[in-house]
Write a protein that binds this ligand. Structure first.
Ligand SMILES: [Zn+2]
Ligand SMILES: [Zn+2]
Length: 242
């Protein structure tokens, strides 16, 4: 049983008393109405995971490649868009898994834009979709893993293979958002992830899926162990960089 059961009951009761309203405009019926979702613009510029400078299609720049293991970072939307920030926060901290739906739509819109306007097809090398895992303890508490939901949705739509059993989070870390110092953030992640089912990743390109990237330490740590275990390339697709 999920340990945040009281929160779930509370959400359910709240839904009875206060019907669902759009997080953007307050209109009743949906968490994000069609109009507000349609108004969110996908991000048109790319940045290096390390120095945040503009790079071609978000590839890690030459200098940062020495210390950053991720090869390429793709960011779907701008965290400065208050509705994007709100959707992510409500999904994660108010336990509303339904909000995965608008985020998946945004992700798909972004991938379409990438393919049509930038002529970059993220699926060309037949990558394996891998969601950044939560620790079991936090998964039990929240009741769902938002990255896993996103990866499943994308894989269903594009018929891509997904695997939520290749990276395991062995230690329940303090959320990166709460760790201020960069050095502390990196130390916070040391040895946190473990590779399982290595045969699935050998020689494969990996597409990591996550909701938010902050310093990029989590993505880099995952990319590092994936490559150390045989992955040929690691690209990350995230909703926003906060
Ligand atoms: Zn709305
Ligand atoms: Zn750089």
């Amino acid at each position: 049983m999920f340990s945040n059961y009281p929160q779930r009951v509370y959400n359910w009761l709240l839904g009875l008393v206060f019907p669902i309203r759009c997080l953007g405009c307050g209109k009743f019926d949906n968490y994000v109405c069609r109009g507000c979702l349609g108004a969110i613009i996908v991000k048109k510029n790319f940045e290096c995971i390390g120095c945040k400078r503009n790079t071609h299609l978000g590839q890690t720049c030459y200098l940062c490649a020495k210390t950053n293991s991720l090869d390429q970072l793709l960011i779907v939307a701008d965290y400065k868009n208050s509705l994007v920030e709100k959707i992510i926060k409500f999904l994660k901290y108010k336990f509303i898994p339904d909000l995965e739906h608008p985020l998946s739509i945004l992700m798909k819109r972004y991938l379409k834009w990438l393919t049509l306007n930038k002529k970059f097809n993220v699926f060309e090398a037949n990558p394996l979709l891998v969601p950044i895992p939560l620790h079991m303890k936090r998964l039990n508490w929240r009741g769902f893993d938002q990255s896993d939901l996103l990866a499943k949705n994308i894989s269903d739509t594009f018929q891509m293979e997904t695997a939520n059993d290749v990276i395991k989070r062995t230690i329940n870390t303090v959320p990166q958002v709460n760790v201020k110092e960069r050095k502390e953030r990196l130390k916070n992640l040391n040895g946190v992830f473990k590779i399982l089912n290595k045969e699935k990743i050998i020689g494969r390109e990996i597409l990591l899926i996550d909701d938010v990237c902050t310093t990029g330490a989590t993505l880099n740590e995952c990319a590092k162990i994936l490559k150390a275990n045989g992955a040929s390339k690691v690209v990350a697709l995230v909703i926003a960089r906060g």
